[in-house]
Design a protein around this ligand. Structure first.
Ligand code: SER
Length: 342
């Protein structure tokens, strides 16, 4: 039996999934897309995928069935519980974020063995993998490279960091004591994202959510109370650049890659700067600041700036949008369209 060759996307109904599906669908010669998500796919995205499966990445029977039906060429494993949500259910988050990832890594190993060809495994890492020791260090530190300050204070950050290690382990060291150790065939590639801001979708349960929430509230004429102080700074990336990063890393020749995990970043802004920028285009926006100590502590533990020079060097990463153009050319015009009266 010939199995259909596909790209598998987990957590496909999330923000990154939507953008990724649109981009993959528009690529000439792209493989059919099979998506897996706990919730059924949104109507608007459904026509762009070959098959939509509503199910859980912890359901190993379901994953076994997938393997028997398809030849999985590339996996974008996006399913995860974000940082704020994870703090309310840390053990559940661990199951989804870690065991779920192991399950998908296992799928990749099995698939690679069957087809005797590597399976590319694209994984979204997170700025939450970092933990700056204190605010003074955060403000003083140079843009943080991949291997510094890795002391996450959230379950999500711990999970993402460990997942990166698991990807590296399964790619290079799995069954290293076997009589004849051989490659597992996983080609694990991780983009470590800063806060992503989309003009068309909203995040669910993250801690960088104040930035998109502020913007979407203003565009809809709703008041917004920001849950961090105005001086709170962290790195961000416009969603189209995030999608582009995943696609570019997926397309990079293996020989060009010197690491498994790459930082990418667009621009760093304070919450106050974002509010001011939003107010420029939506002068009636009512933005106030009502910091929540818990979420404030989380964002304070994330670096102010990320060093993405390894990605620039190895696979030509270059964000299209900086702080100015992200708002001027993408966020503001797209969001105006999004909420324009029909
Ligand atoms: N945006 C994510 C979060 O806030 C960070 O990876 O959880």
């Amino acid at each position: 039996m010939v199995r259909k060759k596909i790209t598998l996307i987990t957590g496909a109904n999330g923000e990154v999934g939507h953008g990724l599906i649109r981009a993959l669908h528009a690529m000439p010669g792209a493989l059919p897309i099979v998506v897996l998500d706990l919730r059924g796919m949104d109507e608007a995205i459904l026509p762009l995928v070959d098959t939509s499966i509503t199910g859980d990445i912890l359901d190993t029977d379901l994953l076994d069935n997938l393997m028997s039906e398809y030849e999985i060429d590339t996996i974008y494993h996006l399913a995860a519980l974000l940082s704020t949500h994870s703090e309310f259910r840390p053990e559940a988050a661990h199951r989804v974020n870690v065991q779920g990832t192991i399950n998908l890594l296992h799928v990749a190993i099995e698939q690679a063995a069957w087809r005797d060809e590597a399976v590319r495994f694209l994984f979204p890492g997170s700025v939450a993998a970092y933990g700056m020791p204190d605010l003074a260090t955060k403000h003083r530190a140079a843009p943080v490279p991949e291997d510094d300050y890795l002391h996450p204070i959230t379950m999500y950050g711990c999970n993402k960091l460990y997942d990166e290690h698991l990807g590296r382990y399964y790619m290079h060291h799995y069954r290293q004591l076997a009589a004849r150790p051989h490659s597992t065939g996983i080609d694990f590639r991780c983009v470590r994202f800063p806060g992503l801001i989309s003009a068309t979708t909203m995040p669910a349960g993250g801690t960088s959510d104040y930035a998109p929430e502020m913007l979407h509230a203003a565009a809809q004429g709703q008041p917004y109370a920001c849950f961090v102080r105005p001086d709170t700074i962290m790195p961000f990336l416009a969603m189209p650049d995030g999608i582009q990063a995943l696609l570019a890393l997926a397309a990079a020749p293996r020989t060009a890659l010197t690491r498994c995990v790459y930082n990418v970043t667009g621009f760093s802004l304070t919450a106050g700067e974002i509010a001011a920028r939003v107010q420029q285009d939506f002068p009636a926006a009512q933005i106030t600041f009502a910091p929540q100590p818990g979420r404030q502590t989380i964002v304070d533990s994330w670096p102010a700036r990320l060093d993405d020079s390894a990605a620039r060097r190895d696979w030509g990463w270059q964000p299209r949008y900086d702080a100015e153009t992200a708002f001027r050319d993408y966020l503001i015009p797209t969001i105006r369209q999004q909420y324009a009266p029909r």
